[in-house]
Design a protein around this ligand. Structure first.
Ligand code: CFM
Length: 473
């Protein structure tokens, strides 16, 4: 039965076209609406455009003081919820900086406060000479000129460089608006300022890769073994000055197109650097990605050698998990592009049945790719709220969902195990080894006995309340 035909006394009429199932024949009915403003009152799971700019793309840069110009809550609420690690002792994860705007700053302006904060931060960390500053709703609404302050500081302190990102929370329907803004700001303001040392005939920017629990480092290892120089990574484990040299790469290798296709397209237009979309998740997509890069540079043999070696090493482990996961029902509920990176390959290589896909902020094209890659009958939802995801779980009875912390915690209460799609559990999940780690986390989640401790069991025909375990009271 299609989702919108479920009996739902609280259904919001505008939401009906945001959920469809894959068996719809009429093409105009086959895709949920996507990337529209959230309907007020639906309690969306989305993040804001400030969060998309700062937290997804800006802050994985490793050798930088990342400062928010706004109330303390904006930076606190975007701090340490994702694990974008780095090889410089995780400076960018350990510290967060904010100008801590208060009511009086809203009335009288906060430019002086900001300037003092910048000086204080550089004084506290004298080895760090690079800074990013993020506008928030509060500082945008009162019109503080962050760019002017940054220029003043750079004149006073010639050894520092500051990047300003004007992407307040309201600059788009979701975090995706912030991705767009920071992509363009970086290419406009910073690319072309540093001349890199070229050490190979094969030079790439690795783009749309955020080093969640080490994804970038796994992939970097393959590229290095192929003799490829990674000029910069945008932005996981990436260095500020390397990213100012992006204009010198021969090829942009793009992982997450949702968040970073904009900068690739600009680099193609302005500097003639081609864009190649790749996929580091799953043995087959990863193998063809490495081969594709090899083909581009005429070093396909090097790619093949790595694929052969890694497959031999890791495939037996993957198959062990796949045999035990076969037929288990999974909901893939990430934010944007992971939905279509995972939908087909998790079925083909781990044997799982994808019964639902959703995206918090993906554009219509992301959903189109996602839905085309999963099984008939799968339920597709755009920008769901908590009630909708609960209803979907009751109806579909998945063995597992892969999603964020908020829906994940709700799922646990009704005996549905969850894996964190955004920060991972025991990642990295990219690379051959990473894909096996993902399978292992899924296996551990599906078979863990802990879920029986929940009060609600949705695996029964009716929702039952089993209180037998609370007899200690
Ligand atoms: Fe790209 Fe991402 Fe994603 Fe994304 Fe994200 Fe993320 Fe995600 Mo969380 S950049 S679109 S805004 S792959 S933070 S690393 S996991 S929602 S599916």
């Amino acid at each position: 039965m299609p989702y919108h035909e479920f009996e739902c006394s609280q259904c919001i009429p505008e939401r009906i076209k945001h959920a469809v199932d894959k068996t719809k024949n009429d093409l105009t009915e086959a895709l949920p609406l996507g990337y529209l403003n959230t309907i007020p009152g639906t309690l969306s799971e989305r993040g804001c455009a400030y969060c998309g700019a700062k937290h997804v793309i800006g802050t994985p840069m490793k050798d930088v003081i990342h400062l928010s110009h706004g109330p303390i809550g904006c930076t606190y609420d975007t701090w340490q919820t994702k694990r974008y690690i780095s090889d410089n002792d995780n400076f960018q994860i350990k510290y967060t900086f904010a100008s801590d705007m208060k009511e009086k700053n809203i009335v009288f302006g906060a430019e002086k406060v900001l300037k003092n904060n910048i000086l204080e931060a550089f004084k506290a960390f004298p080895k760090i000479k690079r800074m990013t500053i993020y506008q928030t709703c509060a500082s945008a609404l009162i019109g503080d000129d962050i760019g002017a302050i940054a220029n003043e500081i750079m004149e006073e302190m010639p050894d520092v460089d500051i990047f300003v990102c004007n992407s307040p929370g309201f600059a788009g329907p979701s975090q995706s608006g912030g991705h767009h803004k920071i992509n363009l700001a970086w290419v406009n303001d910073k690319v072309g300022q540093v001349e890199p040392k070229i050490t190979s005939d094969y030079v790439i920017n690795y783009v749309g890769e955020y080093n969640i629990q080490g994804d970038q480092q796994v992939m970097q290892d393959y590229f290095k073994r192929m003799g490829i120089q990674i000029l910069s990574t945008f932005t996981g484990n990436g260095s500020y000055d390397d990213l100012r040299a992006m204009h010198r790469a021969h090829l942009n290798v793009l992982e997450c197109a949702r968040s970073a296709e904009y900068i690739c397209d600009e680099l193609r237009k302005r500097y003639g650097i081609p864009r190649m979309d790749i996929d580091g998740f799953g043995f087959k997509p990863l193998s063809s990605s490495l081969r594709k890069i090899g083909l581009f540079f005429g070093i396909e043999d090097r790619a093949n050698a790595i694929i052969e070696e890694e497959t031999k090493r890791w495939k037996p482990e993957l198959d062990w998990y796949a045999a035990r996961l076969k037929g288990k029902k999974i909901c893939l509920w990430p934010g944007g592009s992971k939905l279509w990176h995972w939908a087909h390959v998790i079925h083909e290589e781990m044997g799982l049945e994808v019964v639902s896909v959703y995206t918090k902020f993906g554009h219509q094209g992301d959903m189109e790719k996602g839905i085309s890659r999963c099984e008939a009958g799968a339920l597709a939802i755009d920008d769901p709220n908590e009630l909708e995801s609960l209803e979907a779980m009751y109806k579909l009875k998945p063995d597992l969902i892969v999603t964020g912390k908020r829906p994940g915690e709700v799922a646990k209460k009704i005996r549905v195990p969850y894996i964190n799609a955004h920060a991972y559990h025991n990642g990295p999940y990219k690379g051959f080894e990473g894909w096996v780690r993902f399978a292992r986390d899924i296996y551990n989640a599906v078979y863990s006995p802990i879920h029986k401790l929940s009060l609600v069991d949705i695996s029964k025909d009716k929702i039952v309340t089993d209180k037998s375990f609370v007899t200690r009271q």
